[in-house]
Write a protein that binds this ligand. Structure first.
Ligand code: CA
Length: 233
């Protein structure tokens, strides 16, 4: 199967040139001229359960939401956070590059660049990604999650969780010690197309705590007053 690249670039000429070069290399390209359009493509992937693109080429100067905004948005959603991003920046925008890499972009190329140079970077990023070992066990303190067997252990004892509680716990384990607001949890765990009350989060946190407390009374999911929730070690 072909590797899909999502290309986000507002200049039609550059888009055409890149599509031509990428397709010649055997990639499948989906394209968008704005961040908003690109986002709806990703939402469509989620809705129709299609595969997400394997890599995103992101122009930094876009009309409407900028490349930076888009990159941050990608990283906020679990489904899209892991897609590697290569930024396409204009010469002299050093600040943008720094902010881009801080926002989670994997690499950048400076315009004007040759398609050959870009393709070499793409291949390097994809190679790096495939070499990364997929985490199979997540652990904080006495809580251990085996992703392959879909099993949660507390102090070695199995704990049965509902699907939402499982997803919540997984998210916390992947983001140790970080505080999340209810809105962020709804967005990341339930997905952005779902409209739910923030109280829903409290209900599932309560269930999760209760399930964990069966083995270990000391809950590691802390309420941070005025902010949200955190799983700490
Ligand atoms: Ca542009």
């Amino acid at each position: 199967m072909k590797t899909t690249i999502l290309l986000i670039e507002d200049e039609a000429a550059i888009r055409q040139m890149l599509i031509f070069a990428l397709e010649a290399e055997g990639f499948h390209v989906s394209e968008a001229s704005t961040a908003e359009k690109a986002w709806s493509l990703l939402v469509q992937c989620e809705k129709e359960q299609l595969d997400y693109p394997e890599l995103i080429l992101l122009d930094w100067m876009l009309p409407g939401a900028s490349g930076l905004d888009f990159s941050k948005r990608l990283k906020r959603h679990t489904a899209t956070a892991k897609i590697p991003v290569i930024m396409l920046t204009a010469r002299g925008e050093e600040d943008d590059r720094v902010r881009g890499l801080e926002s989670g972009a994997d690499d950048y190329v400076v315009k004007p660049f040759s398609p050959r140079e870009l393709i070499a970077r793409i291949k390097a990023v994809l190679r790096r990604r495939s070499g990364e070992s997929v985490e199979e066990i997540l652990q904080i303190g006495v809580i251990k999650m085996d992703l392959l067997n879909h099993q949660v252990l507390v102090k070695g004892e199995e704990v049965k969780l509902g699907p939402t509680e499982y997803k919540l716990l997984k998210f916390f384990l992947q983001n140790k010690n970080r505080v999340f607001t209810r809105a962020q949890l709804l967005d990341s765990v339930w997905g952005h197309q779902v409209v739910l009350e923030e109280r829903t989060v409290d209900v599932h946190i309560r269930r999760l705590r209760k399930a964990l407390a069966k083995v270990d009374a000391e809950s590691q999911i802390q309420t941070v007053r005025g902010a949200g929730y955190r799983l700490s070690q």
